[in-house]
Design a protein around this ligand. Structure first.
Ligand code: AMP
Length: 420
């Protein structure tokens, strides 16, 4: 038997209904904030991620699905969504005569060769937004506000928004130097990866899955002590705005995020989830240098990505009501061939009039059809028989009260509508 790959999921039944529910909410909130839906390819040139996400990140150094295609191209299954959106933005020269920022959202599969466990997959889904073309704090606020409100509307009311700032290039470099000086004496106490990271990418040490909670790192210098005046003012403004919008945040001066491309604002959303503990549900930040790094012009941008699978799990464990549709509206029953033709006709008609309609594809006969209707939790049964058809009528039965009525086919939609 061929089985599914480690770290992948088949999504069906109740799980897929939950996702439809979540998708509807995501789409609706993105519309309100005026983000447009975008799909970018699942595979891209490997170089895109090597440059954008960074060679020194775990994601690129250990977790990408890389392959060479039949044309000898080095390709990678995307591990995240931002790089692809930026590639699209640059390739289509959307910066040309741009007067408004580009605002795009995606929901899609990402691929990371991670060690699979509960809430950690090799094929995962992320929902994300990118706002490209504004350096204003209002743009950071827009993104955090959308993220925060999304979790709330999804029913996760107790999420924590952890925020921090890395400051501009100058502040970040000063911090980087201070962090290297601080870490060097502790080198031997860090994991093998972090030993190497100290010089190459010291900020990443703070984000290490192995060392992250060690005292050495909890006592490391804070980014906020190395901000120049402009960066500090910017950070204070963001906090003011968040307070204005009543968005509860928690400052975490050692939050740096896993990817290479952030500056200024970084944020992460966590929640205490029953049975799962404290869980990172998403994160984002400002990435003013990324588009230039990918050979585009210098264009500021800010974004956010939600761990979709984890969010659905968190909702499930928290007891959120997914409002999943329970049962169908109508089950159509027939026996003879002429009755079957009418069944086909009525099924189409009712479906086009917004009724969830099902019929028998296996010629089960009335007994089997009654059973199916119950299994599918049909609210109404339409029982067709040749005698009634002579009068252009069918039998409509309320499957709860068991009341039956003959209804003229021409009035069927109207009748069912008035009984919704
Ligand atoms: P990142 O792109 O690494 O910042 O991840 C954003 C969010 O995606 C995280 O907060 C997680 O909720 C989720 N996530 C990251 N990696 C995985 C994974 N391997 N499986 C499931 N969800 C993940």
């Amino acid at each position: 038997m061929i089985t599914k790959q480690k770290g992948t999921m088949d999504i069906y039944g109740e799980e897929s209904q939950k996702r439809m529910y979540v998708n509807d909410i995501l789409r609706s909130i993105c519309e309100k904030y005026n983000y447009s839906y975008i799909e970018t390819p699942v595979f891209e040139a490997s170089e895109l991620f090597h440059r954008a996400v960074g060679d020194a990140t775990d994601i690129v150094s250990k977790e990408t699905y890389d392959f060479v295609d039949r044309g000898n191209r080095n390709l990678t299954l995307r591990p995240e969504g931002t790089a692809g959106v930026c590639r699209w933005y640059i390739e289509n020269k959307l910066y040309g005569n741009q007067t408004e920022p580009v605002k795009a959202y995606y929901i899609g599969k990402m691929y990371r060769y991670d060690r699979p466990q509960l809430g950690r997959y090799r094929e995962l889904t992320q929902f994300g937004i990118e706002l490209i073309g504004s350096d204003d704090v209002l743009a950071d606020l827009d993104v955090i506000s959308l993220a925060y409100n999304t979790y709330t509307i999804l029913g996760l009311k107790d999420v924590t928004i952890n925020i921090n700032t890395l400051g501009d290039k100058e502040s970040r470099n000063n911090y980087r130097k201070a962090l290297i000086e601080y870490l060097i004496p502790y080198k031997e106490e860090l994991c093998e990866d972090c030993k190497e990271r100290i010089e190459k990418n010291p900020l990443r040490v703070l984000d290490c899955k192995i060392d992250g909670e060690k005292d050495i790192l909890l006592n490391a210098p804070k980014t906020t002590n190395y901000l120049n005046e402009t960066s500090l003012n910017r950070y204070n403004k963001l906090k003011e705005y968040l307070e204005l919008l009543d968005i509860n945040y928690k400052e975490n001066p050692r939050l740096v995020r896993g990817l290479d491309y952030y500056d200024h604002t970084v944020f992460e959303i966590t929640a205490d989830v029953p049975e799962m503990g404290n869980l990172a549900l998403g994160g984002g930040g400002r990435y003013n240098g990324l588009i230039e790094l990918l050979d585009g012009p210098s264009v500021p941008a800010v974004g956010f990505a939600m761990g979709y699978d984890r969010t659905v799990m968190a909702m499930t464990y928290t007891g959120v009501n997914f409002d999943t549709k329970d049962g169908i509206d109508i089950y159509i029953m027939y026996v003879s061939d002429t009755e079957k033709e009418t069944a086909a006709l009525l099924a189409q008609d009712l479906r086009l009039n917004d009724f969830i309609t099902e019929t028998d594809y296996l010629n089960k006969g009335l007994k089997g059809e009654f059973k199916s209707a119950d299994r599918l939790k049909a609210k109404y049964l339409i029982i067709i028989n040749d005698q009634d058809l002579e009068n252009n009528e069918v039998n409509v039965k309320d499957n709860l009260t068991k009341e039956e009525e003959k209804v003229n086919i021409n009035n069927l939609v109207e009748y069912l509508d008035s009984h919704r």
